[in-house]
Design a protein around this ligand. Structure first.
Ligand SMILES: [Ca+2]
Ligand SMILES: [Ca+2]
Length: 523
């Protein structure tokens, strides 16, 4: 919001690269659905994916060995990298029906923790599908003797069928699991405004009107042409939603007259890591620059709610997360961006993407942030549209607060049409979730795997180190049970979720002794 010149200079290539990466990132588990996880073959090997012969709803990877090279195989670069900090087990399904035991080697390369390339080999029966398991707590390491208990991240997986043999044949592989980063479960609603049970002034216990211009008390950044007010005509609650309204009117503040008024709200709540969901309709008029975003609460901006409560490092040192911004001339895209200081180089950087959006003013869309110490994701209607690894050299491990506003004109608002009179951003709700404080659930949640997730038709639930699943229930965001499965009595099962609407759900998993909750996103 503060510094958008750089956005315009971004090349199309960069935007496409971000888009490609975020929508088709190659990560574990690997299930080959939706044309993803296309390994690269080498040494005369071939790789492709195809529908499983006896199950046309499943896609598998095909490794076709020529038999002409001792080390022919396939590899895939992983984003995010495979992580071995908690679980060291890698499982996969493998099909061979050559009647012989087939050696399969799985190798992880590109350690960020100083390990050499780590590999294990297993002998798989040549009699149809087998599920096999490799334990990388006792991994062979290229160039080292003995085994090592690997940890940290590895950026590439390679698979060899018949390593160090001249083995020809066609082999099938699927559901390569393990090495996943276990995302925190943000299932605990800690702060929200539904705007449902009141009208008039936005709840003063939750919202601060930021009205003092941040540049010397007389101008806003980016050449914006509005004043922000606490007048009820510019922000009010009615019929279940918050309205932020930009109006053409002469408005004077601190002796400076502007031609437009609007509102800029700060949440009086700051949080580190979590999930933010904002359901909103955006203004449609040219010249409007609506934004749903966050700033580090340690910013030194004058007139903001937190003042020096959490420090005063200034912008962009505080970090900024733009969950939604729209420019004033193309209402068919939304921006998801980060603006920050690189703490290694001490220089300003930004990264982000634009995503097509349809009917952003006529229909509600859900703009979300999922932020933890490993990753920052921006979502549009539950689909990840931007993702960035939260590394040590970017300042996203501090408290942030939420801002809602419409700017007029300026860098990202552009020219304001002469017939503009007023326009509104409607916000149905703002919800902030954090990790549940149920210690037991958190301690063991990473031992439960749900894949794929997000999912659209079927998802698999599997306990890694516990007893059997007794029953499962899927709970929607309002707390209603929408799916139930009893008498499972197995350590793994699958759920048909094709009848569920797209959105966020919780899966409650009951074992004979405990119950766990994990998040499921239905696409
Ligand atoms: Ca599959
Ligand atoms: Ca509402």
């Amino acid at each position: 919001m503060n510094e958008n010149d750089c956005m315009r200079s971004l090349g199309l290539l960069f935007i496409l690269t971000c888009f490609y990466k975020s929508l088709w990132s190659q990560d574990l588990p690997i299930d080959f659905e939706n044309n993803q996880d296309l390994f690269t073959a080498f040494g005369n090997c071939e790789f492709y994916t195809q529908t499983q012969t006896d199950n046309n709803s499943n896609t598998v990877g095909v490794i076709q060995n020529s038999g002409s090279n001792l080390y022919e195989g396939v590899y895939l670069d992983l984003t995010p990298a495979a992580n071995f900090d908690s679980s060291k087990i890698v499982r996969f399904d493998f099909f061979s029906d050559n009647g012989q035991n087939t050696a399969v080697q799985v190798k992880f390369e590109g350690s960020d923790s100083g390990f050499g390339d780590a590999f294990l080999e297993i002998s798989v029966p040549g009699s149809g599908w087998s599920t096999v398991e490799l334990d990388f707590s006792q991994s062979n390491i290229i160039g080292a003797s003995g085994t090592q208990n690997i940890s940290g991240n590895f950026s590439r997986i390679a698979i060899f069928v018949g390593p160090n043999q001249l083995l020809s044949g066609t082999f099938y592989i699927d559901n390569i699991e393990g090495g996943e980063n276990s995302p925190p479960v943000f299932d605990n609603l800690v702060w929200s405004d539904e705007f449902d049970d009141y009208s008039g002034v936005p709840d003063p216990a939750k919202w601060h009107h930021q009205i003092v211009p941040i540049i010397n008390g007389n101008a806003w950044a980016n050449g914006e042409e509005q004043h922000y007010t606490d007048d009820i005509s510019n922000s009010y609650v009615s019929n279940g939603s918050l309205k932020i309204k930009a109006i053409r009117e002469n408005y004077t503040y601190n002796g400076v007259t502007k031609n437009y008024s609007s509102a800029r709200l700060n949440s009086k709540f700051a949080f580190k890591y979590g999930r933010v969901d904002v359901r909103a309709k955006l203004p449609s008029s040219g010249g409007t620059w609506p934004a749903i975003w966050t700033l580090g609460a340690n910013i030194d901006e004058i007139g903001n709610f937190f003042g020096n409560t959490y420090g005063s490092v200034g912008w962009p040192n505080c970090g900024e997360i733009d969950i939604m911004e729209q420019n004033g001339w193309d209402k068919n895209i939304t921006y998801a961006y980060l603006h920050y200081t690189n703490t290694n180089t001490n220089s300003y950087e930004n990264t982000g993407t634009t995503t097509p959006i349809s009917d952003s003013s006529g229909t509600y869309h859900i703009y979300s942030l999922i932020w933890d110490e490993d990753t920052i994701q921006v979502l549009l209607d539950e689909n990840v549209i931007f993702e960035r690894v939260n590394t040590n050299n970017i300042p996203y491990d501090n408290l942030h607060y939420i801002l809602l506003n419409i700017a007029m004109g300026g860098n990202l608002g552009g020219a304001i049409p002469s017939n503009f009179t007023q326009d509104v951003m409607e916000i149905d709700y703002v919800r902030v979730y954090e990790q549940s404080n149920l210690g037991l659930e958190n301690a063991v949640a990473h031992q439960i795997k749900i894949y794929p997730n997000p999912a659209s038709a079927v998802t698999h639930i599997e306990l890694q180190k516990f007893d059997s699943i007794k029953s499962l229930s899927v709970i929607d965001i309002t707390g209603k049970i929408v799916l139930n499965k009893t008498s499972v009595n197995d350590y793994k099962t699958q759920l048909d979720i094709s009848a569920l609407k797209a959105g966020l759900y919780m899966i409650r998993i009951e074992t004979p002794t405990e119950s766990f909750v994990k998040r499921l996103i239905v696409k």
